[in-house]
Design a protein around this ligand. Structure first.
Ligand code: NAD
Length: 329
């Protein structure tokens, strides 16, 4: 089967080709899937998409017109695909539900530790011959309260790491995870989590209910100096509200691996140009803000698992087998 792989990066070529072992005809293309690039899928029965590829109604109609019958997402989140529209066009959709929850949770922990102990500042400072301690004061995580929003595969790994540091962990989810309960995590309403947590880490999916879960209203209910970590999805945070929160000191530190307007910026080398996004540019001026470019998933183990599962999903589709990773509305 011919499969057009959109947003293909060098690691996609290496790991997908290896897992594929010549079974499918993989065509690697660098552009993202947007309406202008949809025609590049001509002749393919399937497309393979990543987090910044769009599959909304007009694009799905275009893909269906070209004969595309399957979308293989090489990610867990699927907020970028209109599943109802895909079903109407007879296009099945499969994803990679889990690859390395540890990798994402460990990245969230790395962001927190970096910000708290000012490692990002110390790294630059000592290279410039400045060995002073001023401005580098952190706090012991031990004994602090960490709020975890979303205790699925990643959230529970993050909670385990925080329990290992000796933190009290509060959690909020629409369903309790027995693994989290066994770790000693205490479930509570969002209001209490916001009010009591020194650190809040977001691990829920982006839905209508979770969009802007961090807003001016929720920030007003948090501790002064709260640390906020987002490795979930950019729109979980109202960026304008957190900029106000950082300026007023309500937020003590912010780490984001995902950003509301990351498409067209994250994963691109824009170092030779002018950053057009004023909000992102403002965020980058704060010494207590750390931004990484949607890389939390990016470990060898995760990329290998993503490639294997994606090719497995394509195998199921070509064989007409039921696929355990197929998404239904
Ligand atoms: P998961 O499905 O295992 O867990 C998500 C959890 O969120 C579930 O327990 C679910 O009940 C809960 N949830 C749903 N709605 C909620 C709400 N309104 N309030 C609180 N909790 C709610 O998913 P996962 O594998 O743990 O991934 C979590 C998210 O992390 C994904 O949706 C994705 O957006 C993001 N992610 C980011 C990266 C990255 O590289 N930064 C990589 C993988 C996943």
């Amino acid at each position: 089967m011919r499969v057009v792989v959109f947003s293909a990066k060098p690691h996609d070529r290496v790991f997908l080709s290896e897992a594929n072992a010549g079974r499918h005809e993989l065509v690697f293309l660098e552009p993202r899937l947007v309406i202008e690039t949809a025609s590049l899928a001509a002749g393919a029965q399937a497309v393979c998409l990543f987090v910044h590829d769009h599959a909304d109604e007009p694009i799905l109609a275009a893909l269906a017109g070209l004969g595309v019958r399957h979308i293989a997402l090489r990610c867990a989140g699927f907020n970028n695909v209109d599943l109802a529209s895909a079903a109407r066009h007879g296009i099945s959709v499969a994803r990679v539900p889990a690859y390395s929850p540890h990798g994402v949770a460990e990245h969230a922990a790395a962001l927190l530790m970096t910000l708290n102990r000012r490692v990002h500042r110390a790294y630059l400072r000592v290279r410039d011959g400045n060995f002073a301690l001023e401005g580098l004061l952190g706090f012991d995580l031990h004994g602090k309260t960490v709020g975890v929003v979303g205790t699925g595969k990643i959230g529970v790994c993050f909670a385990a790491i925080m329990r290992g540091f000796g933190c009290r962990v509060l959690a909020h989810d629409i369903a309790q995870n027995p693994e989290a309960v066994a770790l000693g995590v205490e479930y509570c309403l969002l209001d209490r989590l916001f009010a009591e947590s020194h650190v809040i880490s977001l691990h829920c999916p982006l839905t209508q209910q979770t969009r802007h879960i961090i807003s001016s209203a929720s920030l007003a209910r948090m501790r002064n100096g709260v640390f906020i970590i987002n490795t979930g999805r950019g729109p979980l945070i109202d960026t304008a509200a957190v900029i106000r929160g950082l300026k007023s000191g309500r937020i003590g530190a912010l780490a984001i691996d995902v950003y509301e307007e990351e498409e067209g910026v994250f994963y691109e080398d824009l170092s030779g140009g002018i950053l057009a996004d004023d909000q992102l540019a403002r965020l980058l001026t704060f010494p207590n803000v750390l931004v990484t470019s949607h890389q939390a998933f990016f470990t060898r183990e995760a990329i290998l698992a993503i490639a294997k599962t994606t090719i497995g999903n394509l195998d199921d589709f070509t064989a007409g087998r039921a696929c355990p990773n197929e998404l239904r509305i």
